[in-house]
Design a protein around this ligand. Structure first.
Ligand code: FAD
Length: 409
C-alpha cells in the first residue's frame, strides 16, 4: 500500500490489518462523514453531557439525517453496518447504544417477530426514525433468568358482546391487557413505542407488543445515579392495565425461542460496540503518551508503555477479526447462539483490559473526563453486562460445547 493510501484510511492506528479495505468507497465515504460529524459536532459535548447524566438531544436529528440505516448494495453490507456501530462507539458508547437501540434492537425485533404486513408498515418508519422504539425485556426481578422468569403478564380480554379471541386475531374481538414492570430500558423516555415482552396468562408463552409510550397505565422513570453510560437514558417502566390492540402484537413471537432468535442477531452489534470502544480508548491513550513527557522523554518511548500499547492493539485486532468473521457468517444466514455469545463475551473481556490499560497509561489524568479515556473506561462496564453478562454468554457457549445446560447449577 502506498503512503498516500495509508493516509486516507479511516482507522490507520487501530485497524492494523486494514479491515476497512473490505468496505466499498461509498461506504467509507459515509463513515468519513459520520466521523466528521462526531469529531466536530459531538466530541465537544461529550464530557459535559456525560457529567450531567443527560443525552445531548441536539445530536439526535443530525445523526438521523445521516441516513445511517440506509444499506448500500454491497456484499460487505453486514460489515458496513458493523463499522457504523464501531465508528459511533469509537466516539462514545452512549451514542452507539442510542443508535443500536433503534437500528439493532427495535429493527431486529420487528424483522424477526412481526408479520410481513406489519413489517411493511413499520420497518420503513423505523429506518427513517419516524417510529422510535425500545426493546423492553429485562425486569426488576429478572435479568439473566429472564427466559424462565419473565413475569410481566398479557391477558386477552374479549369485549362484552363476544368476538374473536387472540387466536382469531380480530382487533374488535377484544384487547390485550399488560401488567408488570421493566428495568434498564434504554431510550424509553423519548420513544414512541415500547417493544414489550410479556407472558400470555392463557398459554404461558412469551408474546411481544408495540406499546404506545403515552398509553394510559404506562409510567417511565429515569434511572438515576449510574456510573456508566451516563449519557444514555435508561428507564424503569411500570405497566398497569395497559390496553394493547391485537394489531400491535408482533405476530411471529410465540415463545421465548423467538426472543432468543432476536438476541442472536443483536449480540453481534454489541460485539461491534465493544470493539469500537477499544479503538476510541486506544487512540486517545496513544495520542496522550506521545505528547506527555516524563524523565525528559515522551511516555510513548518507554518500553513498559509500548508493551501496553501493543496489548491494546492486539486486543483490538483480535476483536475486529472476530466481529468481521461473525458478521460474514450472519450475512450468509448462519445464526447460532454460541457464535454471537462467544463474540460478545470475548470482545467484552478484551474491552475491559484495553480500557483499563488506556486509563493506566494516562496516569492520574486517566480518571478525568478531559483526557478522553475515563468515559470509555467507565462506560465499558455497562457494555460488559448488558445483552447477556459474561457469565451468561459463557454458559451459552458451554452448553453448545458439552450439550449440558449449566444455567441453574
Ligand atoms: P443479574 O441477572 O442479577 O446477574 C448478576 C450477576 O450474577 C452477573 O454477574 C451475572 O453474570 C451473574 N449470574 C446470573 N446468573 C448466573 C448463573 N446462572 N451462573 C453464573 N452467574 C450468574 N435490558 C433490556 O431489556 N433493554 C435494554 O434496553 C437494556 N439496556 C441496558 C442498559 C444498561 C446500561 C444496562 C446495565 C442494562 C441494560 N439492560 C437492558 C438489561 C441487561 O440486559 C441486564 O442488566 C443483564 O441481562 C443482566 O441482568 P441483571 O442486571 O439483572 O443481572
Amino acid at each position: 500500500m502506498t503512503a498516500s493510501a495509508v493516509e486516507q484510511r479511516l482507522y490507520s492506528a487501530a485497524d492494523l490489518y486494514d479491515a476497512e479495505s473490505l468496505l466499498s468507497a461509498d461506504e467509507r465515504q459515509v463513515l468519513s462523514r459520520l466521523r466528521d460529524f462526531l469529531d466536530i459536532e459531538a466530541k465537544p459535548l461529550l464530557a459535559e453531557y456525560w457529567e450531567r447524566g443527560e443525552f445531548p438531544e441536539q445530536l439526535a436529528q443530525p445523526l438521523i439525517d445521516l441516513n445511517l440505516m440506509e444499506p448500500f448494495a454491497s456484499p460487505a453490507r453486514g460489515i458496513y453496518h458493523g463499522f457504523r456501530i464501531f465508528e459511533l462507539a469509537r466516539s462514545d458508547a452512549s451514542l452507539a447504544t442510542w443508535y443500536t437501540a433503534q437500528a439493532g434492537l427495535l429493527r431486529t425485533a420487528i424483522q424477526v417477530g412481526a408479520s410481513e404486513e406489519q413489517q411493511r408498515e413499520w420497518l420503513p418508519r423505523v429506518i427513517e426514525f419516524s417510529l422510535k422504539g425500545v426493546f423492553s425485556l429485562t425486569e426488576p426481578d429478572h435479568g439473566s433468568d429472564i427466559a424462565g422468569g419473565l413475569s410481566t403478564t398479557a391477558r386477552f380480554e374479549a369485549v362484552a358482546d363476544g368476538g374473536a379471541g387472540p387466536d382469531g386475531g380480530a382487533d374488535d374481538g377484544g384487547y390485550w391487557v399488560l401488567d408488570g414492570a421493566k428495568r434498564w430500558i434504554g431510550g424509553a423516555s423519548t420513544a414512541d413505542v415500547l417493544c414489550v415482552f410479556a407472558r400470555d396468562v392463557r398459554d404461558g408463552q412469551i408474546k411481544s407488543f408495540l406499546v404506545d409510550r403515552a398509553a394510559p397505565g404506562v409510567t417511565v422513570e429515569k434511572i438515576h445515579g449510574k456510573t456508566a453510560l451516563r449519557m444514555m437514558q435508561n428507564a424503569h417502566i411500570t405497566l398497569e392495565r395497559v390496553r394493547v390492540p391485537e394489531a400491535m402484537r408482533l405476530q411471529n413471537v410465540n415463545s421465548f425461542k423467538d426472543v432468543a432468535a432476536m438476541l442472536r442477531a443483536m449480540r453481534s452489534d454489541v460485539a461491534w460496540i465493544a470493539t469500537g470502544i477499544q479503538a476510541g480508548a486506544f487512540e486517545a491513550a496513544l495520542a496522550y503518551v506521545n505528547k506527555r513527557q516524563q524523565f525528559g522523554r515522551s511516555l510513548g518511548s518507554f518500553q513498559l508503555i509500548q508493551e501496553k500499547l501493543a496489548r491494546m492493539l492486539g486486543n483490538i485486532t483480535a476483536s475486529i477479526s472476530l466481529v468481521i468473521r461473525l458478521t460474514e457468517q450472519q450475512a450468509l444466514g448462519m445464526y447460532r447462539d454460541q457464535d454471537s455469545a462467544l463474540a460478545k463475551m470475548q470482545t467484552s473481556l478484551m474491552m475491559r483490559e484495553t480500557v483499563a490499560l488506556a486509563r493506566e497509561v494516562v496516569g492520574g489524568n486517566g480518571i478525568t473526563l478531559a483526557a478522553d479515556v475515563a468515559r470509555f473506561h467507565a462506560d465499558a462496564e455497562a457494555v460488559y453486562s448488558y445483552e447477556g453478562t459474561h457469565d451468561i454468554n459463557a454458559l451459552i457457549v458451554g452448553r453448545a460445547l458439552t450439550g449440558v445446560s449449566a444455567f441453574t447449577h
